[in-house]
Design a protein around this ligand. Structure first.
Ligand code: UD1
Length: 363
């Protein structure tokens, strides 16, 4: 069975890695990697392939940045050619980025089976481009691989057949557990930022890149002022996403010296920082889950989450993006009012194995 595993943007790479590695010993599966090129900078792409021990992709589509339609269209045109040549039996897409949407549509129209890993998640916020990507991909997928019960419930509510829905756990947590082991085996001198960590003592770890937080001047200015205030209490480590860098420069917003700005970090170096942080502040989907898995307090700078289990069971608190709310969540977490939570069912490092068992069983 020829399976094309699609990845395009940073959060995809850690999801395809365990799936690819778990296919290595399977004689009946030929697993090919397609990199759409949605993310292309070394720090946003190749650094991840290196950390995740992924080989050079079999196909690189060079989509690059652009408007949503421009980027999605470029990926679709290039991926159609790959599918025409390769005739895969199954296209496996992960997550909710534009590459996920583009490649699932192309495959389905060519009558190729589509498997969606991380299916069923819903924020119910149609202003998020990812929500549209999730809904459209799920509308045409044949296999739904789901990370948490809410995903199963959403898919059933949308009328998807029960026999196509598989609660398998979370491939991103498979990767996290593997990377934690690798990190334990290398000393802090392994990273350029290791000396800063030794110097700092307690610190917070921040990521910020959602359009709803960084594209509007007033919203971003409010967040920056709040973070500057918080960093006077505890220093903040901040690897800056390219979108956020652009907007900070455009709006001429100044971060305090107590916010240590770093370039985007590779997976392992990022983990090296956040797993020892007093708390994580983020608007990333993945970090809400990864902090839950390692039981690190997490304040999410969004009003909603498509990953409710991280709030119901895990260590995540939804604070929104208004200054007073962020400060309140920070204060509560600092005095230990936020729980460290529990690890959700099946987030045990075996999700990729379960996915292949399903695909092979029904192939
Ligand atoms: C994309 C995903 C988002 C994911 C995020 C993680 C969509 C709709 N969005 O958002 O779900 O959480 O990736 O990072 O798929 N840029 C670079 N170098 C790169 C990539 C991008 O400089 O390697 C710059 C470009 O100028 C681009 C901007 O960053 O305009 C935003 O990149 P884009 O891929 O459009 O969206 P993200 O915000 O990264």
């Amino acid at each position: 069975m020829r399976v094309m595993l699609v990845a395009g943007a940073r959060p995809n790479f850690m999801k395809i890695a365990p799936i690819f590695h778990a296919a290595a010993g399977l004689d009946d599966i030929e697993c090919l990697i397609v990199h759409t090129g949605q993310h292309y900078d070394y720090e946003m792409s190749q650094a991840f392939f290196d950390d995740l021990e992924l080989p050079k992709p079999d196909f690189f589509l060079e989509a690059g940045s652009g408007s949503h339609a421009g980027q999605t269209g470029k990926i679709m045109i290039a991926f159609e050619k790959v599918c025409e040549g390769q005739k895969p039996d199954l296209v496996m897409v992960v997550g909710d980025v534009n590459s996920t949407l583009a490649c699932s549509i192309v495959a389905k129209k060519m009558l190729i089976g589509v498997a969606h890993v991380e299916a069923g998640l819903r924020s119910f916020d149609l202003e998020m481009p990812e929500e549209i990507n999730r809904m459209v991909t799920d509308a045409i997928s044949d296999y739904f691989f789901v990370t948490e019960q809410s995903g199963v419930d959403n898919l059933l509510h949308e009328g998807k057949p029960k026999e196509s829905i598989y609660l398998v756990g979370h491939v991103m947590i498979d990767n996290l557990l593997r990377q934690e082991q690798l990190l334990d085996n290398c000393g802090s001198d392994a990273f350029p930022t290791g000396s800063l960590k030794k110097m700092l003592g307690d610190y917070l770890f921040l990521t910020l890149h959602r359009p709803s937080n960084v594209d509007d001047r007033e919203v971003l200015a409010g967040i920056v002022a709040t973070l500057n205030e918080i960093s006077a209490r505890l220093p903040i480590i901040f690897p800056v996403h390219p979108r956020t860098r652009k907007m900070l420069d455009l709006y001429d917003l100044q971060l305090a010296d107590t916010i240590h700005q770093l370039p985007p970090l590779g997976f392992r170096e990022s983990l090296f920082w956040w797993r020892d942080a007093v708390m994580v502040l983020t608007d990333s989907g993945g970090l809400q889950e990864e902090t839950t898995a390692l039981r690190i307090p997490c304040i999410t700078l969004r009003h909603n989450t498509e990953r409710p289990i991280t709030v119901e069971m895990g260590s995540n608190v939804l604070a929104g993006n208004r200054p007073a709310d962020i400060i309140a969540a920070f204060e509560q977490t600092l005095v230990g009012e936020c729980r460290r939570g529990q690890v959700p069912p099946l987030w045990d490092g075996k999700a990729a194995e379960r996915i292949w068992a399903v695909v092979r069983g029904s192939g």
